[in-house]
Design a protein around this ligand. Structure first.
Ligand code: CTP
Ligand code: K
Ligand code: MG
Length: 181
């Protein structure tokens, strides 16, 4: 029971960080963030990181955090344990941190000679965790301490790659994504 509770809290608390990447895939396109600029003979970020995808990703994450906050009491009562309501700063930290992590990952991919869409096992699955958690800890310290206990963080690190691989495979099969990672 305690394990299920930890998994449920980890999943719920991370939803505003999970959704931005998928929203960016659906809403992306238009002007790339790097404006087409190169560093050396390679793009800084590449055409896969756009202003629209980033903005819509952050908006989607914050919107989801708002909805989850509205229903947190009811869901907690039904489950028999509390699930997090998100403060505005927690929502922004999770959603913007996820997009920032994805952008930094693309920067690293270009520096290491990987073309747009190339896979980078490990980084692809955890880039958004690596930035969204520290950013949220910085912006919403008390909230973060309350919910992201060590056991929750451990579950996040294990659960996130599994969810990431699964959702990206589904998005690929549905024709929404060009690669299954
Ligand atoms: N996307 C976007 N803006 C972002 C992130 C994603 O517009 N900040 C859109 C792009 O259309 C992108 C698609 O979502 O091609 C898939 O995202 P992702 O797999 O992160 O990008 P890649 O195209 O694989 O590029 P990279 O190799 O840089 O990760
Ligand atoms: K990515
Ligand atoms: Mg990709």
């Amino acid at each position: 029971m305690a394990v299920l509770e930890t998994v449920a809290i980890a999943f719920w608390a991370m939803l505003p960080a999970y959704v931005p990447n998928n929203a960016a895939v659906l809403a992306g396109g238009g002007r790339p963030i790097d404006g087409g600029r190169t560093w050396g003979d390679r793009r800084v970020l590449g055409d896969g990181k756009t202003w629209r995808g980033t903005a819509m990703g952050i908006l989607a994450g914050v919107a989801l955090a708002t909805v989850l906050t509205l229903v947190a009491d009811g869901v907690g009562a039904a489950l028999g344990f509390d699930v997090p309501a998100f403060t505005p700063l927690a929502a922004i930290g999770l959603a913007a941190g996820a997009m920032l992590g994805d952008i930094l990952a693309s920067f690293l991919k270009r520096r290491t000679g990987r073309q747009r869409g190339a896979m980078f096992p490990g980084l692809d699955q955890l880039d958004f965790v690596v930035v969204s958690l520290p950013l949220t800890a910085l912006l919403a310290t008390d909230w973060f301490r309350t919910w992201f206990t060590l056991d929750v963080i451990l579950v996040v690190v294990v659960l996130t790659p599994i969810l990431h691989v699964t959702t990206n495979m589904i998005a690929y099969k549905l024709g929404l994504k060009n690669e299954p990672w």
